[in-house]
Design a protein around this ligand. Structure first.
Ligand SMILES: *[C@@H]1O[C@H](CO)[C@@H](O)[C@H](O)[C@H]1NC(C)=O
Ligand SMILES: *[C@@H]1O[C@H](CO)[C@@H](O)[C@H](O)[C@H]1NC(C)=O
Ligand SMILES: *[C@@H]1O[C@H](CO)[C@@H](O)[C@H](O)[C@H]1NC(C)=O
Ligand SMILES: *[C@@H]1O[C@H](CO)[C@@H](O)[C@H](O)[C@H]1NC(C)=O
Length: 403
């Protein structure tokens, strides 16, 4: 090989390594109303494709599913213990020849799920930011095949759990490495209907944000704790109606974990009490009356006494103060995200008292996150969040035309 040829070969390899493709991928998100769980759907297998519904979980490291839900196993391959794929999975095991993986079940009665690690072809959809475009294949999608019993406790349409953790074996990391695209994903959880899950999203065309000249305003804050497999936000303050809660600073040091499987935000008792007290006091001044509580909630109100606006029931805004680029930024939660209607005439503060010593002092759940656009950039470990899309008269389930 001449030196010029070698140089060209070298330069094109370098370009292939450094060039990131602009492709972006879109998946639907369905809310399973009876359980308030969220799942996405895509195809596994070739040539016979099986659509599978997988629960979205920010805390799962490797996708698992009941492989009996696949119509054909002809393209499924076992992963051996010696393979590098097996070695890279945290906490892997070995069963003589094939790679095993044990992990916690985010919901069900069977707390630990053990399965054989396998690979198959996944078919996912590209997007222009608004519509589903064409199907492309992830040739070696790695996941684990778990038994039927592990599905107990999961919503019935679901075949398993999709890994969205910051770990290197998560589904999102696998897709971004397979296609060499920007290492990020975005969730727009719907309050009803079909929401959106993007991988490497560049544009989010949710009407009226329907071209690249009008993008959804987003605020940035760092994500911590990704080594532990969680996404944690550093909470500086919590505000109700603009006034900060008086909290022991130690209660905020653990940060707030984001969860897609916990529906209502869970707060350590002292944080919960401070929030509920301040919220109830504000409600009183707005002429909203307290009524007997309805489990699992502790603070409920007469829904007829609250007005309504674009953001849901007209109650005090709850904000969390987070570190921004320069100083504190606030993430506001309005009526649609802070209260929940439990009966025609009763609405409750949609937060749960997690007890004196919970594992995490704050877990921000999906009732609070829905109808916000959330972008997890795991190269810079930054979260970009939008304010409630309801403020823009839209939602995560608004589509320009039929999909
Ligand atoms: C974009 O949104 C506006 C409403 O804000 C609408 O009038 C317009 O038709 C939309 N354009 C497309 C291409 O859907
Ligand atoms: C996920 O992996 C991380 C290491 O990357 C580990 O610390 C964490 O415990 C794992 N999480 C689960 C739920 O297994
Ligand atoms: C919301 O409540 C505030 C305080 O009671 C009141 O000033 C405002 O007019 C209400 N807005 C709507 C749209 O009901
Ligand atoms: C929101 O949309 C509704 C119709 O869908 C319209 O009547 C209303 O004026 C809009 N409000 C704003 C603030 O854009």
């Amino acid at each position: 090989m001449g030196s010029l040829t070698r140089l060209i070969v070298f330069l094109s390899i370098l370009a292939a390594i450094t060039r990131k493709s602009n492709s972006q991928y879109l998946f639907p998100i369905t809310k399973h109303e009876p359980t308030n769980q969220f799942y996405t759907t895509f195809n596994i297998g070739s040539p016979t494709k099986s659509p599978v519904n997988l629960l979205l979980d920010l805390g799962t490291n490797l996708t698992w599913l009941n492989c009996r839900k696949l119509k054909s196993l002809s393209s499924l391959r076992l992963v051996t213990c010696q393979s590098s794929t097996c070695k890279f999975i945290p906490g892997n095991g070995c069963d003589g020849k094939s790679c095993l993986y044990k992990q916690p079940n985010p919901l069900g009665q069977n707390p630990i799920v053990t399965g054989r690690v396998v690979q198959d072809i996944a078919s996912i959809s590209t997007t222009d930011g608004g519509k589903f475009l064409s199907q492309v294949s992830v040739p070696r999608f790695t996941f684990s095949c778990a038994g039927e019993k592990t599905l107990e406790g999961l919503p019935p349409p679901v075949a398993g759990v999709l890994a969205l953790s910051p770990g290197s074996s998560s589904f999102t990391k696998q897709v971004t490495s397979a296609f060499n695209v920007i290492p990020k994903f975005s969730l727009c959880l719907p309050s009803s209907g079909t929401g959106r899950f993007y991988i490497a999203g560049i544009h989010y065309f949710i009407p009226p944000f329907n071209d690249s000249s009008s993008s959804i305003p987003m605020t940035l804050t760092p994500i911590r704790g990704t080594d532990s497999g969680d996404y944690l936000l550093l909470v500086l303050n919590i505000y109700v109606g603009g006034s900060p809660l008086k909290l022991n600073p130690d209660l905020l040091t653990g940060g707030a974990k984001l969860s897609t499987v916990v529906h209502y935000t869970v707060l350590q008792t002292d944080i919960y009490n401070a929030l509920a007290q301040s919220f109830t006091l504000e409600a009183k001044t707005m002429g909203i009356f307290k009524v007997p509580s309805v489990a699992p909630f502790k603070h409920c109100f007469d829904a007829r006494t609250a007005g309504k606006n674009l953001r849901g029931p007209n109650v005090s805004v709850i904000e969390i103060g987070l570190p921004g680029r320069i100083g504190e930024v606030k993430w506001g939660f309005y009526g649609a995200n802070t209260v929940v209607k439990v009966k025609e005439t009763v609405m409750c503060l949609a937060f749960i008292d997690g007890g004196k010593k919970p594992e995490n002092l704050m877990v921000i759940g999906s009732h609070q996150l829905q109808d916000h656009m959330l972008e997890f950039d795991f190269s810079g470990t930054v979260l970009a969040f939008s304010e409630s899309l309801l403020l823009h008269n839209t939602s995560c389930s608004t589509w320009t035309s039929k999909k």
